[in-house]
Every structure is written in C-alpha cells, then in structure tokens.
Design a protein around this ligand. Structure first.
Ligand code: IFM
Length: 469
C-alpha cells in the first residue's frame, strides 16, 4: 500500500461557508454576517445567508461523504448558533443540530473532527472589542465547555481554532476579512488573545472531555522563501516567518514569543497585554497539530515605499496584514497558478512537515486543509470533469507519502473542501469542492476528482493522474 492502512482520508468544511440558516433556531449574527452585508466588502455582495444550505441538507451531505468513502469529516461549530450572544447558556436547538450531525456521521462510520472556531465570532463579542480584548479568549473557554459537554461523549478529535493568523491579521490588520479593521496594534493583540483562547479552550475541554479525547489546533503556516541570499532579503524572510509562523509556534510550543518578533513590532506595541501567566496557559500539551497548506510565499527587501496589492493572496487591500514589515515585498512564486492566483508548489507542504517534525517533536501531524480552486464547469451530460484538481491532489498527497516514508508522523489528510462553498471575500466565485454545487438549485454533483479520491481512500494507492498544467 502507498499509504499506511490506518492513514485517515477526510474532507473539511466550515460552518459559515456551508450552513446558511443564519436566522434560524435562535442563531444571531456573527462578524461575517455583518461584514457580508456591509457594501463593498465581499465580491458581488455575496453572503452566507443561504450558503449551500447545509443546515437543511446535512443528511444528504453525510450521505455523499459515505459514498465518497471518507474516513473522517472535519467541520466547525458556529459559535453564534450555540451561544448566540457569546455568553451565558447554550441554545439547545443549536447544539441539537451538531448532535444530530455527529450521530449521523458515526452511524455512517465517519469519524467527526470538530473545530470550535472557524472565524464566525458572535457580533456581540466584537461589539465588546472582539479578539483584541482578553475577555473574548475567556468567553471562548466558556463556549468550548458548552460544546464539549454536548458532544464530548461522541467526538474524540478536536481543534480549537482554525488559522488564527487569518482571524488576527486579515480581520484586524488588512481588513479583507471580518470584522474588517485595519489597525496593526489591534492585529497583534488579537493574535495573542487567539493564542490565549487556544490555551484556555484546551483547558476547558480537558475538564469536560473523557481522557481519550485528542486536542489540537490548525495553523496555516507560511512557507516563506527569500528571493536571493542577500542579507536584506533574508531579513524579509525572517520577519514574515516571525509574523506568520513563530508568533503562534513560539507560545504554543515553547511558551514564549520570539525576541526578534517583539523587536520588529516594538514601534507598534509594547506587548503589555501579555500577562505573566498567559504563556504557560497557551503552552498546553498537544495531541496533534493541524497543518493547512496551499502555496508558498516569495519575499524580498523592498526599499521603495509603495502600496502592495498582493500581500498574501487573500485579497487586495491598501493596508498590509503584516505589522512592522513595510519594507518587505511579496512576489509571485514561479509555476502554474490556481483560480485563486496561488502558485502550485507541493514542495512547500513537504518543507512544512519537516519543519513540524523538528519544531513539534513527538506531536502527530495532520494536514487539516489542502485543496484547490478550479474553473469547474458542468458538461452537457451533467458531469463535472476536473483533471487539474486530480493533479493537484495527487502531487500534494505524493509529498505526504514521501514525508511518511522519511519518518514524519503524518496521520491524516483533510481535503478542502467537501462542497463548493462561500469563499470569504471572494464570495461564490471560487470553487474548492470535491462536489459541485449549483448555487441556484443547490443540486450537488460529485466531480471526477471525487471518484479519484474515493478510489484513493478505498485502496490507499494512487489512481492515475495527469500532471498539473
Ligand atoms: O476557504 C478557506 C478556509 O476557510 C480556510 N483556509 C483556506 C481556504 C481556502 O481559501
């Protein structure tokens, strides 16, 4: 077999991107509802009010997962659905949705992986200051307890946060994500309070979950490459590595923020919001680490002061998401690109797996997101043929296989995403799904990549694939 018999093949989604039903059963607005309904924030004025109607079609969707032969399904819980104001008791109807989903998954032999936070902060908590404020991390721990008590008897695998970098730096730095603020000091405060939320949330979960529970976090670490070996370019690489990676790895894995990061950002903040006990709280033992990977970054020193339009491939903004890095320029990495404009480069995933073998010694790794947006079209016979996605998946999974052969403890892969869905500030213009969704009728059609992935999940051996064009 190419992959070990117990290697987990799954797929992932997130609540706001698929559920819809935003005003049902007591759910209140999250920051993404507010952001989407603010003119000019999301392409074409798109929003997640209906999304792909998973809130009503979840049973059919679990049926699709079973047909695809998925071992596991990673989904996120909508905080404003289960605790609408972000404080106080849970709304049982909201929790019932997730209880039923978990039961159906287990019934079909699919292991549920719960993510507590994938960016949909209750608006009321944002009104009280949001992630730049410590209280939000404390609220998160209460919310974690509610979800842990509701499904902890049936869910073993938990991640606290998905991609806290995006919440902090796209949400409060460049403003291309909700809540749309452009304040670098607030972004750094948010990063710390997200780290703290992970620590407090992990403690809260451990207090209510059985001992078998496995807890972790999903990061979107950046593979940062310097355009030359010149000292200025290497310094740009170091700076972005600090802001993208070590700002999370430092406290999570070593219980300290990197000194160079503190120095790089000293003009923006004195980091006085970090209290003595916080770092020990954040450094909780991890049962697994989730790695999300799409594309590498290429950086150089930039001596010209100019508006950078492409900071990170997450959307254009006049404000960089990178505090204290005005002198860093981002360049397009050579190679073919996806519909997101992201360069296809599987070697970056291999580098990350080696990085975490070293940095997170002894912690099992899972790829909790990897996938590709393609220009998928329905053919006259109703099928959707997506050879480019097959090529992308093949090439990325091939490096996972290589890493395993090289002794890296990688135990699973969650393909982003199960369904075409709401791609944040790009609205419905980008399709990442294994399953094509007609956004008018909500009809679901598995693409040819779904058949390819099914064969892989069943045989643990690569079916044929053409190279990425
Ligand atoms: O759709 C997103 C997901 O919500 C977080 N990680 C990246 C994906 C593709 O942009």
């Amino acid at each position: 077999m190419t992959f070990p018999a117990d290697f987990l093949f799954g797929s992932a989604t997130s609540a706001y991107q698929i559920e819809g039903g935003v005003r049902e059963d007591g759910r209140t607005p999250s920051i993404w509802d507010t952001f989407c309904h603010t003119p000019g924030k999301v392409l074409s004025g798109d929003h997640g009010d209906i999304a792909v109607d998973h809130y009503h079609r979840w049973r059919e969707d679990v049926g699709l997962m079973a047909e695809l032969g998925l071992d596991a399904y990673r989904f996120s819980v909508s905080w404003p659905r289960v605790q609408p104001t972000g404080r106080g008791p849970a709304v049982q109807r909201g929790l019932d949705f997730y209880r039923a989903l978990v039961d159906e998954l287990l019934e079909r032999g699919i292991t549920p992986w719960v993510t507590l936070y994938h960016w949909d902060l209750p608006q009321e908590l944002e009104n009280a200051g949001g992630w730049p404020e410590r209280i939000t991390a404390e609220r998160f721990a209460d919310y974690a307890t509610l979800v842990g008590e509701a499904v902890g008897d049936r869910v073993t695998d938990w991640t606290t946060l998905n991609e806290p970098w995006c919440s902090a730096f796209l949400g409060y730095g460049s403003g291309v994500h909700a809540p749309g603020h452009t304040d670098h000091a607030a972004a750094l405060r948010a990063a710390h309070h997200l780290n703290l939320a992970h620590g407090l949330g992990t403690q809260a979960l451990r207090a209510v979950l059985p001992a078998r529970a496995r807890l972790g976090i999903s990061l979107n670490p950046a593979v940062v490459r310097a355009s030359t070996d010149a000292p200025g370019d290497l310094d740009a690489q170091r700076r972005i590595d600090g802001l993208a990676n070590r700002i999370f790895e430092g406290p999570l894995l070593r219980g300290a923020y990197p000194k160079d990061l503190l120095a790089d950002t000293a003009r923006i903040t004195d980091w006085g919001f970090v209290r003595d006990a916080d770092l020990a709280t954040i450094k909780q033992p991890l049962d697994m680490l989730g790695v999300n990977y799409y594309t590498p970054f290429l950086v150089s020193a930039d001596t010209e002061s100019r508006t950078v339009e492409r900071h990170d491939g997450h959307g254009a903004s006049e404000r960089s998401p990178w505090p204290g890095a005005a002198q860093v320029a981002f360049h397009q990495t050579p190679g073919p690109t996806t519909e997101m404009g992201w360069t296809v480069d599987p070697t970056g995933l291999y580098e990350l797996l080696l990085r975490y073998r070293r940095e997170a010694r002894g912690v099992p790794l899972y790829i909790t997101e990897n996938g590709v947006a393609c220009d998928d079209k329905t053919a006259a016979d109703g099928t959707v043929h997506d050879p480019d996605r097959i090529a992308y998946l093949h090439d990325h999974l091939a490096v996972v296989e290589r890493a395993i052969a090289d002794g890296v403890d990688v135990r699973g892969y969650f393909l982003w995403s199960l369904l075409d869905n709401f791609e944040w500030s790009y609205g419905y213009s980008k399709r990442f799904g294994l399953v094509y969704v007609d956004f008018e009728t909500q009809d679901r059609t598995p693409k040819s990549s779904a058949a390819w992935y099914t064969q892989l999940t069943r045989t643990h051996t690569f079916p044929p694939a053409k190279p990425f064009p």
